[in-house]
Design a binder for this molecule. Structure first.
Ligand SMILES: O=P(O)(O)OC[C@H]1O[C@H](O[C@H]2O[C@H](CO)[C@@H](O)[C@H](O)[C@H]2O)[C@H](O)[C@@H](O)[C@@H]1O
Length: 353
């Protein structure tokens, strides 16, 4: 049986389910998982499957994984049922989510169609990009004034004006956007700026003999890219990075997609950035908010975790292969992200048609 047929059958089955407004997302998805094991009359339906470029063996692995993390396109209506009556806030990762992963990090340009989808979503819902890149660089790619931006894995936030006393005032400054509207900049890793500069220079010097290394300055964190490093040199590069880091115990490192990400060891990640933005938007501890976070990487898991623990909202992983994740739902690639955003922007809440 092909994936498309199964997804279609389940999607249609969902269309027939009763209004599920009173269920939180977790129980909705639990219901989805239970029902997926015994799909109803799945042979009655057939949709093209040519967008799924996987072998039969991979098909079955992916199908099993989809039972746990159904496509956000297939369960779109269930997500919206859970969001009904609540204020949706949209959080988007950048690389691998709004653009496909490309060889050159400097050329991860966003397509005009994706930009238009994000703009339309932002017209309806508060929307923020939370990226590992520097805030300026991600703004340079996205070029939309309508959004909030958090760079350096959430350690550099340009968000709404806030009087919130929950966050250290010394890390908050006022700013204006291009239209003269007031905003707040929150930079909890400010104290690390001098040591980040020092670490950057040190890493450049120590790795200069390794072919293909590119160290990206993301302002409050650094990315050591090894996509163009010969595989034989991976171990040597990792050894150098780890040995330099021993001299900088206030920094930690994690692996991303062919990248080692170095950041200050403060208790701050994309999950904290989500909470900060919800707080400054006026939704601290609110049960009337429904955050949607779409991301493809390990650092996005911190945001997924925060949303899961609030028991409302929908964390969505972008992946076309089975992966361990806290996300409830999935999308295969940026093309599907775009379709999801278009549907979201055009969504009309029940009772307002
Ligand atoms: O949080 P994100 O916005 O997803 O940032 C994570 C890293 O993304 C970028 O690197 C990745 O994408 C590049 C462009 O497609 C690719 O060439 C690279 O191999 C990937 O790791 C960015 O350049 C990094 O600084 C971010 O840490």
């Amino acid at each position: 049986m092909r994936i498309g047929r199964i997804c279609e059958a389940i999607g249609r089955w969902f269309d027939r389910t009763e209004d599920s407004n009173n269920m939180n997302t977790l129980s909705l998805f639990a219901k989805f998982r239970k029902d997926r094991v015994e799909p109803h009359n799945s042979d009655d339906h057939c949709i093209p499957t040519d967008h799924l470029d996987v072998t039969d063996v991979e098909d079955s692995k992916y199908l099993n994984w989809l039972k746990e993390h159904p496509s956000a396109l297939t369960v779109f209506q269930e997500i919206m049922n859970a969001a009904n009556g609540k204020q949706i806030v949209v959080f988007l990762d950048y690389d691998g989510t709004l653009t496909p992963i490309v060889d050159d990090p400097e050329k991860a340009f966003m397509s005009p169609a994706m930009r238009s989808a994000v703009r339309d979503v932002a017209k309806k819902f508060s929307t923020a990009i939370i990226s590992g890149r520097s805030r300026d660089k991600v703004y340079g790619f996205v070029k939309l004034e309508e959004l909030y931006y958090a760079g350096s894995h959430g350690m550099d936030i340009k968000g709404p004006v806030t009087q919130s006393m929950s966050y250290e005032c010394k890390y908050q400054t006022k700013a204006l956007d291009h239209q003269g509207n007031e905003l707040t900049i929150f930079q909890p890793a400010q104290d690390f700026l001098p040591s980040i500069k020092e670490l950057l220079n040190r890493l450049k010097k120590e790795t200069c003999d390794i072919e293909g290394v590119f160290i990206e300055d993301n302002r409050f964190c650094l990315s050591v890219h090894y996509r163009h490093v010969p595989e034989n040199d991976y171990a040597a590069l990792e050894k150098i990075i780890k040995s330099v880091l021993e001299e900088y115990p206030k920094f930690r490192m994690n692996f991303g997609k062919k990248v080692m990400e170095l950041k200050p060891s403060i208790e701050w990640n994309k999950g904290n950035a989500v909470l900060y933005l919800l707080d400054t938007l006026g939704y601290a501890n609110s049960s009337d908010v429904f955050p949607i976070f779409i991301g493809d990487d390990k650092t996005d898991e911190d945001a997924f975790k925060v949303i899961r623990s609030s028991k409302q909202g929908c964390p969505i992983l972008v992946s076309s292969i089975p992966r361990d994740t806290r996300a409830l739902s999935s999308l295969q690639d940026p093309t599907e992200v775009e379709s999801f955003l278009i549907r979201l922007a055009n969504w009309v809440p029940a009772g307002t048609q």
